[in-house]
Write a protein that binds this ligand. Structure first.
Ligand code: BES
Ligand code: MN
Ligand code: ZN
Length: 456
């Protein structure tokens, strides 16, 4: 989508915001006006929806160009400076314009999309902020495309290739380890989960060093399960669809790093993406198997469908070699997180209260909402193994607190640094009424970027 800051010449829909009119389009004397209804009391949460509504309405009438006045979005109740507002407008416009249609035959008249937006009464600083927002959204949308891609076309090998493409021409070093190299490093947890698949498992390492030489890095770890069939604990039919998106965390890490390097952030950031396909075959790891992880601790597999935490265990151990400032892992880890929160927020877990606050703030500022759940030591009791050190699910097979047990398990592989776990399963796909295309959401790229940008 092209963003202009000049007056449009022709064939443009004007957007008018009003609390009185309902959402409708009126054509009078050659001027096509799109009346966007907004509520009297504005909030940031409503603003995200309103900007996206504008795009949805425009597409609804096949408008390819729209124009609006920046000042119309300066709502009284919002305590936002113009630059922050600009960034939000830029990012929400492109976020809402996205559709995943590369597998569809192009109709004669083309796909409906907003091609150009003309934003009026903008200062030079705000222009910059709007364009920055647009770049952020493009990386969010690239994340959505990786996640939306069917499992057959998004194997660990292809994901690793996509990671390289994502940072082509940028100063990011990408290293990809295969199974042999992982075996050498004793990353048995990752290798075991991937063994049931004919596709080779990969460990993707992305290094962006934009900060001072001796500054400790921020590490982002993303779950990269390119298809989660559940393994020998095979998922029922109804749960299999959508499991191509089980690499959403990995995709968000890949494109957050791409974004950080595009924006030349003065930070050192490392991305780690363990990538496997969790399949059922004669070579699969089994319920009851005990695996020695890279950390030396053993994992007793009670359910092969709780594979995400197993591969993340080795990735979190690998992270230690960087002596990190902070580690954040992102994973579509548990359906239970969505049972707890509904689909409106990701669950966060952390050993650091300050970090919890920072993530919550970044979430509110970007619309990538998160909510903290507890991670008290007492919960460890339920993942103590009988054969091995830790079980990968609740050792009494309880249905309760599934998201928490995922986090508690991961916590066993953290040593001496600040850490947060973001369970994005609730925000894997969009909901009706969010004014977004169905399918992957690209969460939490906006949150991660904002968090890193504001980190002192
Ligand atoms: N990838 C799934 C979690 C998931 C489910 C994400 C639905 C998004 C939507 C994960 O690997 C999984 O299978 N988790 C199990 C854990 C259980 C075996 C303890 C689950 O949620 O049922
Ligand atoms: Mn699973
Ligand atoms: Zn999974």
């Amino acid at each position: 989508m092209k963003i202009n800051f000049t007056k449009p010449k022709n064939d443009v829909f004007m957007v008018s915001i009003s609390s009185k009119n309902t959402n409708e389009i009126i054509k009078e004397k050659g001027i096509k006006t799109l009346y966007l209804k907004c509520e009297e009391e504005m909030s940031l949460r409503k603003l995200f929806l309103l900007i996206r509504k504008m795009v949805v309405m425009a597409k609804g009438v096949k408008a390819e160009k729209i124009t609006f006045n920046f000042e119309d979005f300066r709502f009284k109740g919002l305590k936002l400076n113009d630059e922050k507002l600009g960034e939000i407008i830029g990012s929400q416009l492109d976020f809402a314009n996205y559709e995943f249609n590369i597998y569809k035959t192009k109709p004669k008249e083309g796909f409906t999309e907003l091609k150009e937006v003309f934003i009026l009464n903008v200062s030079k600083e705000v222009e910059k902020a709007i364009l920055k927002g647009s770049i952020i959204a493009q990386e969010v949308n690239n994340t959505r495309t990786l996640a939306n891609t069917p499992g057959g076309d998004m194997t660990p090998t292809i994901l690793a290739q996509k990671a390289k493409e994502a940072v082509k021409g940028l100063s990011v070093k990408v290293t990809v380890l295969g199974e042999k190299e992982m075996e050498k490093l004793k990353m048995q947890a990752i290798v075991s989960v991937g063994r049931g698949s004919d596709e080779e498992s990969k460990f993707i390492i992305m290094e962006y060093l934009g900060g001072p030489k001796n500054e400790k890095p921020i590490i982002l770890v993303g779950k990269g399960v390119t298809f989660d069939a559940g393994g020998i604990n095979l998922k029922p039919s109804s749960s299999l669809l959508g499991m191509n998106m089980d690499m959403s965390g990995g995709a968000s890490v890949i494109h957050t790093i791409a974004l950080a390097s595009k924006m030349k952030l003065k930070k050192n950031i490392i991305g780690l993406v363990p990538s496997v396909e969790n399949m059922a075959s004669g070579k699969s790891y089994r319920p009851g198997d005990v695996i020695r992880s890279m950390s030396g601790q053993t994992i007793e597999i009670l359910n092969t469908d709780a594979e995400g935490r197993v591969i993340l265990a080795d990735a979190l151990t690998y992270a230690q070699k960087y002596n990190p400032e902070v580690v954040i892992d992102v994973a579509t880890l548990t359906g239970a997180a969505a049972v707890a929160l509904g689909e409106r927020a990701s669950a966060i877990f952390t050993n650091d209260d300050e970090l919890a606050k920072d993530l919550e703030k970044a979430g509110e500022e970007t619309g990538d909402y998160v909510w903290r759940l507890p991670m008290w030591e007492e919960y460890e009791n339920e993942i103590k193994g009988s054969l091995g050190d830790w079980t990968n699910v609740h050792n009494k097979d309880s249905r309760y607190g599934g998201a928490i047990y995922g986090a508690i398990f991961l916590h066993q592989f953290i040593k001496g640094y600040k850490w947060a776990h973001i369970d994005i399963a609730p925000r894997m796909t969009s909901m009706a009424g969010e004014n977004l295309a169905p399918g992957a959401l690209g969460s939490p790229v906006r949150l991660l970027y904002k968090f890193i940008e504001e980190l002192k």
